[in-house]
Design a protein around this ligand. Structure first.
Ligand code: NDP
Length: 386
């Protein structure tokens, strides 16, 4: 029987909720493009409830224990004395979310001899050292598509927030003021602006589709070009590289995975090639942008705003400069963990566990690493150092 170690974020400060703002979630038939929704044999949770925090347990306890497995859930994940480190020694499966990542480093792999599956309850497995997973024969899987649309909505919200100067205007209301000139002195319309996405995968393309009705000019770069019919339908301009694209844009949104090709991509040099006053939105991974280069560019006015929800490390320390830099619209890592998304990634996590324990194939689209190499979605969208 297996030991499943699940690292989740803490419950709300005032305790696990007993009521919710809405009674249910809207019904979805499937994902755009035809991928089917997660399809476990059953679920033991109520969709719309808080599943991603420690007491929510991703709705897995009844299922796992009924099969004779052990489930350990903790939020304590940092450092050698953490519950995560202690429990890892004899864990067969580790489940973690990008919002509260249990970093599976090379050293931790070496201390986890029984580990066979590293499962991301979400999308983005960069908190797992993929080279080490390959070396140790550990399967890495994630719930592809579960929160892509959730993130795309957050990106659109962030673009509008920054360009229209929403957050400082809202603060004026909270402060009891009515300073219209202060609010509008940095406020523009997105109509007519050029927006470009770094990567047009599930999130990037969904962002472009959602921005098209705003009458923006749409640009993208990606490792693989989109079908001509999609480019034509949305009026997209393709650029071979990020460096080719960004000088044309008023707004840039980053929607690529973090891997050796994208790490540190937005550094001082690249940002210097952008138009003065560009808005940069990064909900992909913090380390795609150079932390201090972003701060410098906001302070100099080269960037007019920066928004997103991804930080390094997570949780971000209290003195992280992105908390206090000017003109930002940062949140904690929340865009992919709406209650709507949680229902999908909890179901997808169970689907992957059911396949794993039954010895049947995990869906190709969920796979990042298998049998000692990049596989499935991982083979298409990721790279390694080796
Ligand atoms: P997809 O796999 O659908 O899309 C990723 C895209 O990135 C693919 O089209 C891939 O290209 C492209 N890509 C990879 N490397 C490069 C590169 N060097 N230059 C340009 N394009 C590149 O994933 P999603 O759209 O669902 O998610 C994207 C990322 O967003 C995730 O990896 C994750 O890091 C982040 N994310 C953040 C969340 C949050 O809560 N903030 C939640 C979910 C995801 P191709 O496949 O054509 O090779």
């Amino acid at each position: 029987m297996a030991k499943v170690l699940c690292v989740l974020y803490d419950d709300p400060v005032n305790g696990y909720p007993s009521t919710y703002a809405r009674n249910d979630l809207p019904h979805l038939d499937g994902y755009p493009g035809g991928q089917t929704l997660p399809a476990p044999s059953a679920v033991d949770f109520t969709p719309g409830h808080l599943l991603g925090s420690v007491s929510g347990e991703l709705g897995l306890r009844r299922y796992l224990e009924s099969q004779g497995h052990t489930l350990v859930v903790t939020s304590d994940k940092e450092g050698p004395g953490s519950a995560f480190d202690r429990e890892l020694a004899d864990a067969d499966v580790v489940i973690s979310q990008p919002f509260w990542p249990a970093y599976l480093t090379k050293e931790r792999f070496a201390r986890a001899p029984k580990l066979k599956l590293a499962l991301t309850a979400g999308i983005g497995s960069d908190h797992v050292d993929l080279d080490a997973a390959i070396e140790h024969g550990v399967t890495v899987a994630e719930v592809t598509y579960c929160n892509s649309i959730s993130v795309a909505e957050h990106v659109v919200m962030s673009i509008l927030n920054l360009v229209r100067n929403f957050v400082p205007s809202h603060q004026i209301v909270l402060d009891g003021g009515w300073n219209i000139a202060d609010a509008v002195a940095r406020s523009y319309d997105v109509e007519g602006m050029h927006v470009g996405t770094v990567a047009a995968g599930r999130i990037g393309l969904a962002v472009l589709k959602r921005l098209a009705p705003f009458d923006m000019h749409l640009h993208y770069t990606d490792r693989h070009r989109l079908p001509e019919s999609v480019e034509r339908e949305l009026g997209l301009t393709f650029h071979e590289t990020t460096a080719d694209m960004v000088p044309h844009c008023d707004v840039v949104t980053i929607n690529a995975p973090l891997h050796p090709e994208t790490e540190g991509l937005f550094d001082d040099d690249l940002i210097a090639t952008m138009k003065r006053g560009t808005y940069l939105i990064n909900t992909a991974r913090a380390r795609i942008a150079d932390r201090d280069a972003v701060v410098r560019a906001l302070e100099s006015g080269q960037l007019a705003g920066y928004a997103g929800d991804v930080w390094f490390p997570q949780p971000a320390p209290a003195d992280h400069p992105w908390r206090t830099m000017p003109h930002h619209g940062m949140t904690p890592h929340i865009s992919g963990s709406s209650l709507s998304a949680q229902a999908r990634y909890a179901a997808g996590t169970r689907e992957i566990l059911e396949s794993f324990f039954a010895g049947t194939p995990i869906r190709d689209e969920y796979l990042i690493v298998e049998a000692g190499k990049l596989a499935g979605t991982g083979a298409h969208s990721y790279s390694t150092n080796s």
